[in-house]
Design a protein around this ligand. Structure first.
Ligand SMILES: Nc1ncnc2c1ncn2[C@@H]1O[C@H](COP(=O)(O)OP(=O)(O)O)[C@@H](O)[C@H]1O
Ligand SMILES: Cc1ncsc1CCOP(=O)(O)O
Ligand SMILES: [Mg+2]
Length: 265
């Protein structure tokens, strides 16, 4: 289950990850995907997303800076990926903060077969029908991530990652909680969005969804931990994190991995 060999599989297979993502994180996401050995491409136009998604190895749908036209592009791309059996991961950035985002996320979930959804506790609460305040793109307040992840997985029948101080992964079979990472991740924009893209890359080289999710989250948060050993401020952390994403390997992960819960869901 904890198949860390997927770190090398990404470097060997260099999956093409098609991102329809927000304007804030495009550069960071592209650089992060390069750092792990994947190939990023950002393509948003309705005229080209079907072709791009059909040729990609994974697709990311991120609603961070949404427009009406982008929702249509996401659905077209998602359905093209579904036809090819390509993994599709949704990042419901800021869902619940406005009705437009909430309706858009619902439309995407209803019309595209998603391989996984990754969001913070506030966002996933919204999708699970649990009352939680979402004002911008960050989670606020005390939310039980395990309860939220389990409810969202049951209601939507889609594997879920809820991130935060610990990260919770819930599939139909398993619920895991991982305790790696660093609070510096909350001081750099795009660390959630890049994780979603990394998850998509790992899913494209993984035999099972659960393996891909666990390996991606553990590798990513351990790379952040390694980066935080050398820096203390957000700007230098961003750079050190990209470096660590390219350098951290299976040995570092095996030494640092902290799975603090593993049970049937
Ligand atoms: N307090 C924290 N301590 C350690 N890692 C954290 C903390 N908060 C978030 N992270 C990590 O930051 C990344 C982004 O998570 P999160 O902040 O929940 O997403 P988003 O940026 O979408 O709100 C995840 O890898 C998560 O593990
Ligand atoms: C600040 C902001 N506003 C719209 S999208 C975005 C980036 C959010 O990135 P993340 O959820 O990874 O922190
Ligand atoms: Mg986010």
């Amino acid at each position: 289950m904890n198949n860390l060999t997927l770190i090398q599989a990404v470097k060997d297979q260099k999956p093409l990850v098609h991102n329809i993502t927000n304007q804030v994180v495009m550069n960071f996401s592209a650089n992060g995907l390069y750092a792990i050995g994947a190939q990023p491409v950002m393509a948003h136009a309705r005229e080209e997303v079907v072709e791009m998604a059909s040729n990609a190895n994974a697709l990311v749908l991120n609603i961070g800076t949404l427009t009406g036209e982008l929702v249509d592009s996401m659905i077209l791309a998602g359905q093209a990926a579904n036809k090819k059996g390509t993994p599709v991961v949704l990042d419901p950035v800021g869902v619940g903060a406005t009705h437009f985002r909430t309706e858009a996320a619902k439309r995407i979930i209803d019309t595209v077969q998603l391989t996984a959804i990754r969001g913070n506790a506030g966002e996933i609460s919204q999708l699970a029908g649990i009352d939680a305040e979402v004002r911008g793109v960050d989670a606020t307040g005390e939310i039980d991530r395990i309860e939220v992840a389990k409810k969202a997985q049951r209601e939507l029948d889609i594997p879920i990652i809820v991130t935060g101080e610990t990260d919770v992964i819930v599939t139909e079979e398993k619920c895991l909680e991982l305790n790696n990472g660093t609070p510096l991740m909350t001081q750099v924009t795009g660390t959630g969005c890049l994780l979603t893209a990394v998850v998509a890359a790992f899913l494209s080289v993984s035999e099972t969804t659960l393996d891909g999710l666990v390996a991606a989250v553990s590798f990513y948060t351990i790379a952040a931990e390694v980066a935080a050993q050398t820096v203390t401020s957000p700007g230098s952390f961003q750079v050190a994190f990209l470096d660590a994403l390219s350098e951290v390997g299976i040995d570092d992960c095996q030494k640092r991995l902290q799975i603090i819960r593993e049970e049937r869901s």
